[in-house]
Design a protein. Structure first.
Length: 208
């Protein structure tokens, strides 16, 4: 996915700097016109080929980056660690950047893992981990979301409001974890119809 993002970034830049052979020059002296006159001249059919190749590469990059994010998620669920939280956060950011055709951002995302895999990561990692925690909440992965929120709090130089948001998310995840644990205990104790029992609903008659 990283190589494909690099290819897409290079091709996007090349297309932006390309001047098709049948474009006409103008007599104005604006900066844009000057750049256009100095740009490489490429036949329109060649430009179309480049655009088609870029489109295919972009689709492949999206698919690969999504697959990479899913693999990182699976690894995190199986064995949580700060490194794996940072890896999933990075993979998610890279995928979002590729989907939005922000290929340079996707390439830069790779460096986030090393910067954020520290006991006290730099301040920029606060937003990375907080966004990551919100994504885990959306997937109902309460325990992992709480861990990610705590990682967001651990970032150096975080401000009060930002810290409160992370703590609030961690507390919400903890409450949801308690609810799930309580529901599991009630089902284990009273059976799958424990809600009806607590409401006093009459038991369902078994069909003969």
């Amino acid at each position: 996915a990283h190589r494909l993002a690099g290819f897409c970034h290079t091709m996007t830049q090349a297309l932006a700097e390309t001047h098709t052979a049948d474009d006409t020059d103008t007599d104005t002296d604006t900066d844009d016109d000057e750049k256009k006159r100095n740009a490489p001249r490429v036949p329109p059919e060649r430009v179309a080929e480049i655009e088609s190749g870029l489109k295919r590469a972009a689709a492949m990059a999206q698919a690969r980056s999504k697959e990479a994010a899913m693999n990182h998620l699976e690894a995190l669920v199986m064995s949580p660690s700060r490194r794996r939280h940072a890896s999933l956060a990075t993979a998610t950011l890279a995928h979002a950047a590729i989907v939005d055709a922000r290929y340079e951002d996707a390439l830069n995302a790779a460096a986030i893992v090393e910067r954020c895999d520290e006991k006290r990561p730099p301040q920029e990692c606060h937003a990375v981990f907080l966004s990551h925690a919100k994504g885990l909440m959306d997937m109902s992965l309460w325990s992992l979301a709480r861990e990610a929120a705590h990682l967001a709090v651990s970032a150096r130089g975080e401000k009060g409001r930002e810290t409160r948001a992370a703590w609030a998310l961690a507390a919400d995840a903890e409450r949801r974890m308690d609810v799930v644990a309580d529901e599991a205990l009630m089902e284990k104790t009273l059976g799958k119809d424990w809600r009806k029992i607590l409401r006093g609903d009459p038991p369902e008659k078994e069909e003969l």
